[in-house]
Write a protein that binds this ligand. Structure first.
Ligand code: UD1
Length: 392
């Protein structure tokens, strides 16, 4: 078994991506790391957690992410199966590459699986988007976040709450770096390329309702197990969506998990309406166009809470909590859980008064990956110095 003692200057940092929300975060990191005049050697590892063309290939193309150097091709499975399979396939990669570090982003199963393999081999783990906490351990992502942070040597954070959370969990202050939000780097870079909504809806017969109606449209996404796996709750949620659609038409790009659940539970009737468009999962540029021009977003996604804050679009978060409190304190987000009355009252406020206004949080300026690179360059220099001393 190779360990970090075999570290040698010039070893690559293995950058891991696996699922859809990872791709927008890894893209700017890779671009900046490879930028001249001082590139930092990296290799991209794709775990294959998401593999459908709409969940994967489209993002690689649109975000101009280079083809992965290493593809683990794990696919779907239970959490234990998926996590274990990633670990089994990642271990030999770490052995053969002797990386300088393993960089993971976000909170998906690929994040914890690769962090755990690296940490057990004495390879430093770098976590981008560290410290976010919902304090809800029923969320698989919360478990992934807490554990990954405990294993990490460098922790890059997006908002001040993350620092508080990490300090409370005993992470040393000097390992925490507030660098901003790499997801917003991608948003800023892609804004000019966003696909106009009339092109996203070009095949839709009654598209004028969405494009020319007085109330505009609402974008809906749902995929959290806590929303779609509980039959009764999911039905109630879709009934709420139906009520919202009477006020403002709804565009609903459907995650594969959610599409499966709608079919299994026989809930199709609730979303069959001329005022609800069901779409396949969209590419990044289509989604960006859709959200930018929308009146309102309803979601259980983490990333959309941040993107709507930056785009100034009111966001209703259909969860009991958020790990991204800055989007509520400073941004356009309101966390409503499953409170139908509150949803309807926000919808009415949006239609009458424009809804919640906000401002962009500190350092969400499109330059987070530049800051990450600069911290990493210093850190690598120090490590190279230590390695040189150790080798006499
Ligand atoms: C994962 C992440 C979640 C993230 C979400 C974004 C974890 C714990 N969860 O959840 O944080 O917000 O991605 O999409 O890592 N499937 C396909 N095609 C695919 C991928 C998945 O059909 O390309 C289906 C499979 O039936 C699979 C199900 O979706 O069983 C769930 O996929 P999985 O990767 O397990 O978790 P997500 O719900 O996508």
């Amino acid at each position: 078994m190779k360990t970090s003692s075999q570290y040698s200057p010039g070893s690559p940092i293995l950058c891991v991506a696996g699922a859809r929300p990872n791709f927008m975060k890894i893209a700017p990191i890779i671009r900046r790391m490879q930028e001249k005049p001082d590139p930092i050697p990296i290799k991209l590892v794709h775990t294959g957690q998401h593999y459908d063309p709409q969940m994967n290939d489209t993002f690689f193309n649109q975000l101009q992410i280079p083809l992965p150097d290493i593809a683990l091709e794990v696919g779907s499975g239970s959490h234990a199966f998926q996590t274990a399979e990633i670990m089994k396939r990642f271990e030999p990669v770490v052995d053969s590459e002797s990386p300088a570090a393993v960089l993971v982003v976000g909170d998906v199963n690929s994040t914890i699986a690769c962090a755990l393999v690296a940490a057990k081999k004495g390879i430093p783990v770098i976590h981008v988007e560290a410290g976010l906490r919902s304090y809800d351990r029923t969320m698989p992502e919360e478990i992934n976040r807490v554990l990954t942070d405990q294993l990490s040597e460098l922790l890059f954070i997006t908002e001040p709450s993350a620092r508080e959370n990490l300090l409370q969990e005993g992470i040393a202050e000097q390992r925490i770096f507030h660098v901003g939000n790499v997801m917003i780097d991608t948003l800023r870079r892609c804004q000019a390329l966003a696909v106009p909504v009339q092109d996203v809806l070009s095949d839709l017969e009654n598209k004028d309702l969405y494009l020319k109606g007085d109330n505009g449209y609402c974008v809906l996404t749902l995929h959290r197990p806590s929303n779609v796996d509980n039959a009764q709750l999911f039905r109630q949620l879709l009934e709420t969506v139906r009520m919202v659609s009477e006020e403002v038409p709804v565009i609903f790009p459907i995650h594969p998990r959610t599409r499966n659940r709608i079919a299994e539970l026989g809930l199709q009737k609730l979303v069959e309406s001329p005022r609800i468009v069901q779409l396949q999962p969209l590419g990044y540029l289509e989604m960006l166009g859709l959200v930018s021009e929308s009146r309102l977003v309803m979601t259980d996604s983490g990333g959309l809470q941040e993107e709507t804050t930056v785009l100034g679009v009111p966001c209703i978060t259909l969860r009991d909590n958020t790990e991204r409190p800055v989007t509520v304190e400073q941004g356009t987000n309101t966390v409503v859980g499953h409170d139908r009355q509150q949803v309807m009252s926000i919808v009415s406020d949006v239609l009458r008064n424009g809804g919640k206004q906000g401002r962009t949080p500190e350092l969400w300026d499109g330059k987070a990956a530049i800051r990450i690179k600069s911290v990493l360059a210093d850190w690598l220099r120090r490590r190279d110095g230590q390695a040189a001393m150790a080798n006499g």
